[in-house]
Structure formats: structure tokens, C-alpha cells
Design a protein around this ligand. Sequence first.
Ligand code: SF4
Ligand code: MSK
Length: 620
Amino acid sequence: MKNTRCNASLIMRKKAKKDEIPTVWDRYEEQTPQCSYGLLGVCCHICNMGPCRIDPFGNAPQKGVCGATADSMVARNFLAHIATGAAAHSDHSREIVLYLRKLCENTAENIRIADKEKLRMIAEETGIDQDGKTDQAICFELAQLFLREFGKQLPGKYPLISRVPKRRLELWQKLNVVPRGIDREIVDSMHRTHIGVDNDCISILTQGIRTALADGWVGSMIATEMSDLMFGVPKPKETQVNLGVLQSNMVNIIIHGHDPLMSESLIRMSNETSMLRRAQENGAEGINVCGMCCTGNEMLMRHGIKLAGNFLQQELAIITGAVEAMIVDIQCIMPSLGDIAKCYHTKFITTSSKANFPGAVAMEFNDRNADETAYNIVQAAVDNYRNRKMSAVCIPKESMNAIVGFSGEALRDFFGNGYEQLIESLKTGQIKGIAAVVGCNNPKTEHDSNHIAIVRQLLDNDILVVTTGCGAIACAKSGLLTTNEGPHSHGTLSRLCNQLRIPPVLHMGSCVDNSRILVIAAKLANALNCDISDLPLAATAPEWMSQKAISIGTYTVGSGIFTVLGTVPRVLGSPSVKSILTQDIESILGARFAVEPDPIQAASLIISHIENKRKTLFTP
Ligand code: SF4
Ligand code: MSK
């Protein structure tokens, strides 16, 4: 039964059993043993002569009907994952920029520029002439500039390219992986994965790197910057995380997915006096808006809105019987929510025209109807409180305090404008290095366990941890995002964190906000006059599952950061692709992937990598 280290989740798994509701863990078990051709990446179904498969033991068949080898199939499948992940991030980004443009055209309702300083700073960085122009006019030009990035056809400078350290950029130019337009790279990748186009695994993987770089340094980075500009740059704040944030006497609304646009309106509408009055008339004491997954991370970082859980907890939240509405936007939403919601009184409401689910009520959110839709959604949730069966309610008590909101800008308040104190601490060894522990949950591993085991090992070795996505939520639930002296208080890292009053694990946001980590890495490299690959940095996604995670991992390696994957990517069916990604690529990009399911071993890989980088960088 266990499969989770999170007690709240275990309690709800038991309730699910009692209520006879299958969850992700049950379905995973039904799927096992999973297809070994699929696990190795040696199946291909892209054309209708297939599906084809390659025998991993060297027996026939060794080629698909068209003649494709295991190398082609594995590389092509990997590239398709990168392209899908990059498309998800970048389409999210596009929606935000389009929304911003509408804001400037004054057609969007009730949105404002939350951070004018950031607007001016990005305008300067991107070369927009600000003289005599209103914020709105500058914002419009910025939106136009960023929108052009999606459809740009030829390689060249993109607006935020000056953030890339000189040596890294020169390397990308030499390797011809400087991204062109975001859409162009994704379409190029999809074209190459059509039958009979690119069948050379090196060429396919090179395009994968270029596409992933377009995600990290362009699409995701624009999404982060524009969300900050519209809704505010995150600053440290205290909040609570885990299923125990749901309230037995309040209307509980969960906002789940990745898009901050809708959640901002929903928060505002749930605070309307008329809505609070309506909730009381329905017998509730108030309205409790909570987040889930990365929409949750966005609201947590900017507003301190409580967060009910990470990817594997979305079904469990409904199973508490205490959720009046599960509102979803895009990405990482389990299609099972429709069936589960029917077993309770929960309204399952989808708000994106591109994310439709059986059993969901569609209430589309767009720039023309933002507040009206948000109002209707909150009202539907409030009125649904009357339908709650109190006898079916079981809310676990677990919720943990967490300090969140460490944007790059917030870090300047602690480490100095140029991160001087961070650099000094790295040089003296007070902090040995920095590791990004990010990414999803996956029922293939015990829920949250690998995240926590790796983080604890890294802290014990005085490695500062930055975290995003569902990994950040795992850390929050385990009390790692607090300033309390804990088991790691003996180390030099801990002493520094106590002195600065920051947690040793810094929550930096949602999946797209991994771009914040790139920016920090670039700033450190520039300050130390080296490439990112020379820094004592590493990344790991201990429980990853999504295509976005493949794209993130690839742009992280492409940026020069050693990256350890905790669940096995589907590349092992091609010894060539495996060796390119885990060995050969290091001599080209200065970084490589490693695959290590054991979290203690994974932490060891990171620790020795960081030690080696320290020796080279800091030994006179
Ligand atoms: Fe089979 Fe080739 Fe078609 Fe893939 S592209 S399904 S390997 S025939
Ligand atoms: S939500 S991509 S499960 S981190 Fe960003 Fe979590 Fe992974 Fe989705």
C-alpha cells in the first residue's frame, strides 16, 4: 500500500481503497509489467507500415519496415518528447504574451502591470527605446518583440540572448544550436520525426538540444519574466503546504495546472464580499482557495496561497470529499479526475479550450471574459458547498509551514546585487556548490522519497539546493523549506542559511521557472569569468515523468549543467544514443546526463561532480 512517503497521501490512499476509487498507483500496478520495447524506446508507430519494434537482444527484427534502426527510433522518440515539452512550455508562454498585448490594447479586464521596475529593466535589456513612453506603450512593444520570437525564421540574436555567458554562446554558435524561432524549432523537430526524414541519431539529438534551448532560454524565460511583470516578482513569504490546508468548514477550491492567468482572477473573485456572503448563506465560514502542482506554485510564490499537493496528490484531494471545485487549466492534469469527481460532489471545471476532459464542465477563460468567468466559477463552487456530504469528508491533518518565493531578484536581497556573498561562500567552501532538484512525481518511485533523500544528502554535504515544480512541493511538505534548525544544522551551509534567515532549500517556482535557475547560473559564470559548465553546479529530476522534464533536462545539459535523471528515460535500446547522452556529449557541451534511480547514489554523483568542478575552478 505505501508507495508514498507523505502521510497525508497514505491516509487518502486508504480512504480511496475504502471508497473503492482506483488511483494512479492502482492503474500503474495494472500496467505492470510495462512493455519492455516501450521502456527501451525501441518501438516506432509513426507511420502506418508499423508499429515496428527492434529486438534488444540482437535477434530479428533489427530494423523497422522502412529500415529504421534502434538508433533512429530511440533518438526520434527522444526528440519528439523534447518537442512536445518545449511546445507545452512555449505555448503557455505565448498565451501570457498575447494576454499582455491585450492588456496594453486595453481590452483585458482588471489586469495591471504589477512590476513596473521589471518592465523598465527588460525594456532596457531588449533595447526598447523608453523615452517619453508610457508603461503601457513600452509593454506593448515588449509583447510585440517577444511574440516575434515564436515565429522567427532565421538564426540570430533573440531578445534575452545577452544573458547567455559569452563562452557558452560561442560554443552554441560553433555547434549551430543557437535557437531560431521557438515555433520553428518545434516544427523542425516534428518534421524530422516524420517517416523518412532525419535518421542520423547525432543530427536528431543536435536538433533536440536546439529545440530544448529554445524552450529554456526563450519560451520558458519569456513566460517567467512576463508573469512576473504582470503579477509581481516573487518575494519570500510564509505559507502552508499539503492536503491539510483544505478546511472542513469552508468552500474549498483547488486550482491546478500551470497557467497563472486564470488563477489571478480566481483569487480576486473569491475575495469579493458578495461571494463571501454567499458562501456564508450556504453554510460555509468562508472560501479557501488552494493550489495544486505548478499553478499552485505560481500562486504560492506570488501570493502565499496555500498549496494542497503535488502531481500524485491531485486525485487524493478530491477523495477528501471536501473539495467543492477542482479548476484546471493546462498540463499534468490526470484525465481520471472526471470519474473521481463524479464519486463525490466535486465540480471538475476545465478552463482552457485546449485541455478538455471527459466528465469536466468547460468554462473557458480568455482575455475578454476573465473576471466574469472567474466569478461564475467561484459562484459554482460556493453553491456546491450545499451538496457536500459531511459523512464522506476526511481531511488529513498534515500541513507544513514553508518559506517560498526565492526569485533571482529576491536572492539579491540576501546575497547582494551581484550575488557577491553567494560567490564568496562558494569560493571559501561555506557552500560547496548548488544543485537544482526539480521535476515531477512518478508512481514508478515512492512518492516524494527520491526528492527528499537526494536533498538531505546534498544538504549534509553543504550543497545549497534550489527547487521548482513538484519537487519543490515535496520539499515543502517535508519541512525543508523552513529556517528551523534541523538535522543539518551542523554544516557550514546551515550556519550561513541561519545567519541569512533563509531555508537551505530555495523554492524558485513552477516548471517554467527553471529559467530562473538558468539566469542565476549565467550570472555566476559571468561574475567568475567562466562558462556555466565550469561552475560547481548540478541538476537532478529524481522522479520525473513528463515530456517537459525531458526538454528541461536537455536544455540544462545544453547550458552546461550535469543532470541526473532518477527515472530511466526510454533510450536504453540504443547503445549509441545512451552513450551520446551519458558520455560523449560531455566533451562537446561540457555536461552530460546520468541515470541513477538510487537517490543516495544520485546524490553521490552530484557531490563528486561538484567537488571536481570546485577543484578546477577554485584551485589557484
Ligand atoms: Fe516502422 Fe519505419 Fe514506420 Fe517507424 S517509420 S513505424 S520504423 S516503418
Ligand atoms: S507540475 S511537469 S508533474 S513538476 Fe509542473 Fe509537476 Fe512535472 Fe507537472
